[in-house]
Design a protein around this ligand. Structure first.
Ligand code: GLU
Length: 447
């Protein structure tokens, strides 16, 4: 889709100001392409330069993270926190520890987070952070020392009313524990609401661990229902085998579908009887092993090294690994194999060409900022519980999550209808999210 003529110069400015940050360019372009109809309908946004303002982060923090490994050798990593937009609430978004992290990745994630958080309808702004630190192969003590060093700088920038980080790739409850411990130690404050994704014994919320994956499965359930269908008898393929993938698989099974394959960066496993989630949890969460270990333990499962999981035929595809894992090639293969629903558990896992191919083929395509918003939404519920020093039951928390995902789904479809693009979840999500942020920014004056 072409960019609306009033937004062309905004995109040109983003390219010029953020050279070489291709993932950020991609994320901005996708939003600018789809909000054209809203720009035409609301000239007051353009007059106030809302889009240009949204594309420029409010604050960018880059810092040195020195740490010592178990042999006493010193390493230097780079830490980031992108405080992108706080019109709707404190900056909110995860921290990613992965060697691929650089400014362009953190910016794309922070930018997406503004819209995702807006879509939840909850009072959270958008931010993201992380480091090019590689947690793979590191000992527990090394992880702890790295987290402590990272927080030694980060603590001065965050706070329950300012900026509330959480996890993302490479950052789970173990890392959040070490980060929270260091924050508490430096500030002398038991400020539970400064981080989310905490362990249950020190202020965490039930269902936060499961929330992104569960939420994505709930979203698919709504997409199927909107087509008069359900998970019954459907096969699904999930990429990844981390936190998002594991709980997406668990919920798809509870909803009556069958996930026949999942993956990691080395290859994928196929289990036609349905992935055994308890075994997957043991392999990935307890032993921290590779996915090939699954096929070693399940005699009827097979492991395929070095290939993409999208070769496996399915009705529903749920990319839950990382950005740009479904290009045009993989999208074509999925369509050819009969896939009719795609929902992104990861952030921006489908390239623009892949999205176009799905939409042209009539595949229902749920973009990450809608389909995976359950994680951050449940983080906002964790903030609510922390603020009231309360702790909700699993059932109550899960019901809230399901309601939120249903509302997001409805908002996407209603907005797509309103702007003359029925069934287009990408346009619906971007326009609904954008107008909420834009209205808040107009109300707050020139910020
Ligand atoms: N990293 C997650 C996301 O991409 C969760 C962020 C949060 O809970 O703050 O939305």
């Amino acid at each position: 889709m072409p960019i609306h003529e009033r937004l062309e110069s905004v995109y040109a400015e983003v390219l010029a100001r953020n050279p070489g940050e291709t993932e950020f360019h991609q994320a901005v372009r996708e939003v600018l392409e789809s909000i054209g109809p809203a720009v035409g309908k609301h000239p007051q946004y353009a007059d106030a330069k809302i889009v240009s303002r949204i594309c420029e982060p409010e604050r960018q923090i880059i810092f040195r993270v020195p740490w010592e490994d178990d042999r006493g050798e010193i390493h230097i990593n780079r830490g980031f926190r992108m405080e992108f937009n706080s019109a709707l609430g404190p900056y909110k978004g995860g921290l990613r520890f992965h060697p691929s992290v650089y400014l362009g990745i953190v910016k794309f994630l922070g930018f997406e987070q503004i819209f995702k958080n807006s879509l939840t309808g909850l009072p959270i702004g958008g931010g993201k952070g992380g480091s090019d630190f590689d947690p793979k192969g590191k000992s527990d003590r090394e992880i702890m020392r790295f987290c402590q060093s990272f927080m030694t700088e980060l603590h001065r920038h965050i706070g329950e009313y300012t900026d509330v980080p959480a996890g993302d790739i490479g950052v789970g409850s173990r890392e959040i524990g070490y980060l929270f411990g260091q924050y508490k130690r430096i500030t002398n404050r038991y400020e539970s609401g400064v981080l989310t994704g905490k362990g249950l014994i020190y202020g965490g919320a039930r269902v936060r661990t499961e929330a992104t994956g569960y939420g994505t499965a709930f979203f698919v359930n709504e997409m199927l229902a909107a087509r008069g269908d359900s998970f019954a008898g459907k096969t699904a393929v999930v990429s990844g085998s981390g936190n998002v993938a594991i709980y997406a698989i668990e919920k798809v099974h509870q909803l009556g579908g069958r996930v026949v394959a999942c993956s990691d960066s080395s290859g994928y496993v196929v289990d036609e009887k349905g992935i055994d989630v308890e075994l997957l949890k043991e392999i990935k969460e307890v032993r921290r092993e590779r996915i090939s270990a699954y096929a070693e333990r399940v005699s009827h499962a097979r492991y395929v090294a070095g290939q993409q999981v999208w070769d496996v035929p399915c009705d529903v595809a749920m990319p839950c690994a990382t950005q740009n894992e479904i290009t045009g090639k993989e999208a074509e293969r999925l369509v050819r194999n009969g896939c009719t629903v795609v929902a992104e558990g990861a952030n921006m896992p489908t390239t623009p060409e892949g999205v176009r191919l799905f939409q042209d083929a009539g595949v229902a395509f749920g973009p990450g900022k809608a389909a995976n918003a359950g994680g951050v939404a449940t983080s906002a519920l964790e903030m609510q519980q922390n603020a009231s020093r309360d702790s909700w039951s699993f059932e109550y928390s899960e019901d809230r999550l399901e309601d939120i995902m249903r509302d997001i789904h409805t908002r996407c479809l209603e907005t797509a209808d309103e702007y003359g693009m029925p069934g287009n979840y990408v346009a619906g999500a971007n326009i609904a999210a954008y107008t909420r942020v834009a209205d808040a920014m107009l109300a707050l004056g020139l910020i």
